[in-house]
Design a protein around this ligand. Structure first.
Ligand code: PAF
Length: 281
């Protein structure tokens, strides 16, 4: 596996690639787990070459302590990428990739960024879009792979690609879960044993919401169920539980069978912020 640590070396490699070869890109912030590897495998299956990136992007963190405590395990990550057959990895420094101006560009996501994560993490999606656009421009992938755990991020990246006519196909990848249902996340590493056990409530609540909708319950009752579930758990603090239309992320008011809905949850287990979501219909 080739390892590139500078923008120049990556650019050189990219410009020398056979234009006939299809390139798949898997952007990550490292601390890799099976969920990331499933993206690598999908990218490998669908392209000639797979390029992963590992970069903890400072501009998408609204809290310094969150950035400072983000797990880093570079040696293990490189080993896992190599084992999974990844062809190349790019590990830039902030100064190099941001050309010394470490700041976000501003985007218009037509409201997609005003709800859920965007409401609680100021500037987060401008930071995500800034780095993803830089990576797209630099690496010029045919396809780029993003997990549905960050469903709002995925919709925002698709919107950016469409608005700016970027020549890349964004491929959504299903959420990868632990056996007890907890969505895989780099942040799970920071949970203590009790928090890890209790963290399954996120997925349980989403599953209950889905079942309730299938049995004809209204959105209001599903919200009530979620609020009560978290209120009675002293280990988790609910930040939001939302039901939204899948395409627009507009809050769901009343059920329209012609529309697709998803439920979204964010909660703290101690200092660790977890998110998850599920397709409801
Ligand atoms: O989902 C992530 O890991 C990050 O938000 C991404 C897409 C790699 C951008 O930094």
């Amino acid at each position: 596996m080739k390892v590139f640590k500078t923008v120049d070396s990556l650019r050189k490699w990219r410009s020398n690639l056979n234009p006939e070869k299809k390139l798949g890109l898997v952007p990550t912030m490292g601390a890799l787990h099976e969920g990331h590897l499933s993206l690598i495998r999908k990218s490998k299956n669908e392209n000639d070459l797979c390029l992963a990136t590992i970069f903890v992007n400072p501009t998408q963190f609204d809290r310094k302590e969150d950035l400072d405590s983000y797990p880093i395990s570079l040696e293990t990550d490189l080993h896992m990428l190599e084992e999974s057959g990844c062809d190349a990895v790019f590990i830039p420094t902030p100064e190099d990739i941001y050309e010394n101006k470490i700041a976000s560009d501003l985007f218009d996501f037509q409201g997609l960024d005003k709800v859920m994560e965007g409401r609680f993490r100021q500037g987060h999606f401008d930071g995500v879009a800034t780095i993803v656009r830089k990576l797209f421009r630099l690496t010029q992938p045919d396809k780029a792979y993003f997990g549905e755990k960050d469903f709002q991020q995925l919709q925002i990246i698709k919107k950016m690609v469409k608005n700016q006519s970027l020549p890349v196909q964004v491929i959504p990848c299903e959420i990868y879960r632990e056996e007890d249902g907890l969505a895989m996340s780099s942040r799970n590493q920071r949970l203590d044993a009790k928090q890890r056990e209790e963290a399954t409530l996120l997925y349980q609540t989403l599953r209950n919401g889905k079942e309730m909708l299938q049995n004809g319950a209204g959105f209001e009752n599903i919200h009530k169920m979620a609020d009560e579930a978290f209120q009675s758990n002293p280990f988790l603090k609910l930040e939001y539980f939302e039901i939204a239309e899948s395409d627009t992320l507009a809050p769901a008011i009343s059920y329209d069978p012609s529309k697709k809905y998803r439920a979204f949850v964010a909660a703290f287990a101690g200092p660790v912020r977890l998110i998850d979501n599920i397709a409801l219909n």
